[in-house]
Design a protein around this ligand. Sequence first.
Ligand SMILES: CC(C)(COP(=O)(O)OP(=O)(O)OC[C@H]1O[C@@H](n2cnc3c(N)ncnc32)[C@H](O)[C@@H]1OP(=O)(O)O)[C@@H](O)C(=O)NCCC(=O)NCCS
Length: 169
Amino acid sequence: MEYEIKKFSDLEYAMQNDVANKVAAYTNGELGEIPQMLPVQPEDVFKKFVGFVALHETTFAGFVGSADPIEWAGLLMPEVGSLWVPKEFRNHGVANSLVRTISDYLLGEGLQPFAFVNPKSNSIFNRNGYLDAVNGEIPDSAFGLCKGCKHKPANGCCDRVVIYTGAKG
Ligand SMILES: CC(C)(COP(=O)(O)OP(=O)(O)OC[C@H]1O[C@@H](n2cnc3c(N)ncnc32)[C@H](O)[C@@H]1OP(=O)(O)O)[C@@H](O)C(=O)NCCC(=O)NCCS
């Protein structure tokens, strides 16, 4: 499958709006799939520090975004998240390309990315240089966001926390 990756802010407004609505709809469980991430609203997608979109011809085929960097342990750390590829475009390497693109961008800005991953996305992040974070490496405030997750299990956060190390798995 052919696709290209574009920066969200470089898209025309109508396309940005379409992407933001689709990402929000997925994260709020409106597309018939139990969402695997925190719910966001369309305006949250517009407010991302940076976002990247996969397009198959002119059709939306995936999104990843980053929150504003948090100052922590002498570093500026953006959380990469809202990684979503619609079912019909999965297993073609779209998520891999999105994670690679946003990571290269953030590293180019001198930032230290991290992410909360699930069993499906863990290998994608590993392949792109992310490994399990150790205690204290991730900003404390990042864990607070998990409180808003509707799918949080009783025993805490279901995701692993990974940090970019450059070591590709
Ligand atoms: C997780 C998710 C983003 C993955 O998207 P995707 O585009 O299918 O991911 P990729 O295609 O890059 O990788 C998926 C698999 O396809 C394989 N693959 C990669 N390129 C491929 C290609 N060109 N052809 C066939 N398979 C390919 C990968 O090796 C990977 O296999 P692995 O899981 O055994 O490592 C997608 O399933 C999704 O949106 N899920 C719901 C939301 C979610 O869980 N998001 C993550 C939150 S942390």
